[in-house]
Design a protein around this ligand. Sequence first.
Ligand code: 16G
Ligand code: MG
Length: 541
Amino acid sequence: MESNYFQNIVNAEYNRKYDKYITYGTAGFRTKSNVLEHVLYRMGLLAVLRSKATRAAIGLMITASHNLEPDNGIKLIDPAGEMLEASWETIATNLANVQDSDLIHVLTDISIKENIDLSTPAKVITGRDSRKSSPILLNAALAGIRALNGNITDLGLVTTPQLHYIVVCINTNGAYGDPTLQGYYSKLATVFKSIKGAEKNNKKYTSVLNLDAANGVGAIAVKEFQRYLMDALDINLFNDGSGSLNHMCGADYVKVQQTMPLNIPSETNVRCVSIDGDADRVVYFYVDENNKFHLLDGDRIATLVAAYFKELLTMSGLSLQLGLVQTAYANGGSTDYISNVLQVPVACVPTGVKHLHKKALEFDIGIYFEANGHGTVIFKDTAKEVIKNHAKNEKLSEAQKTASTKLKDVIDLINETVGDALSDMLLVETILHAKGWDIIEWERSYNDLPNKQLKVSVRDRNIITTTNAERHCLTPVGLQEEIDKAVSKYSRGRSFVRPSGTEDIVRVYAECENPSDVNKLAVEVASLIYRLADGVGPEPS
Ligand code: 16G
Ligand code: MG
């Protein structure tokens, strides 16, 4: 059957027109949009095979997240809402790079090696962000899916987390939720309103916030949410799609530059939120009376959420295992606070959602967040069952009952399938409201160490290899020793380097106690890379 099955896939329109090697990286393929058409076509083909292999619906999202407008990309979403399984990333890379004449052969090979029953029906759910190049790339993907007779549900303009959500809803036959966008908005907004109750404000908490939607697809989702939330949250929307995507705005810009995004008014102590171009990351920030910028990033959200869950578990009398997962980018201040004050177990894994998600699955309630604002909370099915039954227990005290009901309800506020900027924002708002905190109170829980990130261009970034969750550099030989020497000069100093998975550069992270030293440390380490790893362009200074 194999040779016949693939006979319709030859399509000159989607021949390979670009011969640079392209890799399925941290979050799929991501590069200049004008070289991606054949890749999208091939990923349409692959999505059909993946669907047949897993006998479930697969998601295909066209986005380059926080990258600027000229870029685009694609990620495939596995049946349980997770990132594509690692072994298939290699398959995807291979398929994207083969010559057109080898395509049928490679597809046949995949179907044999993966033992795919080609008569199994296939279903692919597609979505795209708001980039101008996305419709063309979507057509290429749809052509690929159709060439192998896959069934298509195209959701049109959606955030990445909305697509993850709908894939899971479909694959659980609606048990996770109604598999529509209306279902998504309604599930989250309903539970948000019900937990928050009729009181809009509470002590220092007010329901007003300024939201920077990065001029991305998240702006559409925010407008929809506003209809469902009604006046439960007063969102002032900025960068709503009328300006250029991710340009001096959005979660990545705010996190890396540690500055206000374009267009957000500098209103003293007003809670501000930035999401990224596909709305799977969120950070908070504000400016104080001295016009000083304050960032509350993924680490802050993680600690706020961990403290809230710990409190609810203690108050409800449940002994479920709570854990938090971070990456090397987590600020040392947050890690100390989580371990020493909250006393919640904390794990460190390599960058990339798939690593955090996997580790978080080990806990009954696993909270994971990257400092860049990507994260969520996941619950073991058994934990959900325990919480549900506990909330029904008639013997509980009033306080225990309230806490366990809150715990049960808050599960529905969380998009467990992947980090979701808007669901995370609703969770943060719920917690701040419950505590009666403004953003200043929230920031008070611990002090971040001053930190700095730099990029270094080198001839081949893969020269840099790391271990120990990217905290230790293995090659080039000698680099780690030099970094150690540099770090030892600064109180509470820490620095690490790693090749980016999304850009052709090496990233440097540095933190230390004294704000005036952090630049020095970052530049010192960046110069070491430049010298020991064959830097190109100007030396960092
Ligand atoms: C992608 C990852 C994110 C990671 C970032 C690192 C997903 C869905 N997203 O955006 O988790 O933090 O890449 O980028 O996995 P870098 O390798 O360029 O530093
Ligand atoms: Mg994103």
